[in-house]
Design a protein around this ligand. Sequence first.
Ligand code: FE
Ligand code: FE
Ligand code: ZN
Length: 280
Amino acid sequence: MLYLGCHLSSAGGFAAMGKTALRLNANTFQFFLRNPRGGAAKDIRADDVREFIALAEKNGFGKILAHAPYTLNPCSKDASIREFARNVFADDLKRMENIPGNLYNFHPGSHVGQGTAVAISQIVEILDEVMPGAAHTTVLLETMSGKGSEVGSTFAELAEIISRAKINAPEKLGICLDTCHVFSAGYDIVNNLDGVLAEFDRTIGLNRLHAVHLNDSMTEFASHKDRHERLGHGTIGKEALIRFINHPALKGIPVNLETPNELPGYAEEIAILRQSYTQD
Ligand code: FE
Ligand code: FE
Ligand code: ZN
């Protein structure tokens, strides 16, 4: 089963996102629990959640993916920014308990000059504080492109963070792989997809891969930039992205588009991918 969707606005609540997903022929989606800049979260209404869960069950949805605010930086040099990250992270995980059994994705952050070693310790420290609150949620670190001083652009860094966290069973702590980011980080998913996934398996473990962001890239291989492109309009290309979703290692893992599109553009990309999906 291909669980495929895209990033949706959460302004109308969960049931509204579910209905929008159905219109796009999606059976999963990604959303923000709060303003992506990190502002106040919207209240979660029990009736809205009930309506969404019924819709998701009836239509065979896969897990849905909440994305942490972009401003959440667990490895900032500035202690008050780390404190903000911890509070938002903890509060988001508490909210996720209203929609149990789903996924929460965050960017490991940017070390802004402190170096990777210090940053990794700070990320692990925050994970140790917030993970006990993730009783029914799988927390995911996103693979990053390595722009600026981003942490998490290598599988080794992500594996180190995971292995040092106290609560780190594969069903509790895992990875969201962003195709644009890994390609920009220097993992050649165009010419060596098997090799990249084998390296992922050796370093992190494919049992930790719980979600995919499917994006083409505006920039060249190993550019360490983060510029998403519509499918087939970038340096990765449509064929490679179709090969990616059809890879046996990806079976059953929710795939979400974060391409620069409005809803009709997402619907078109979803249609193309569904037509090109050859697994059962
Ligand atoms: Fe992201
Ligand atoms: Fe992403
Ligand atoms: Zn990105």
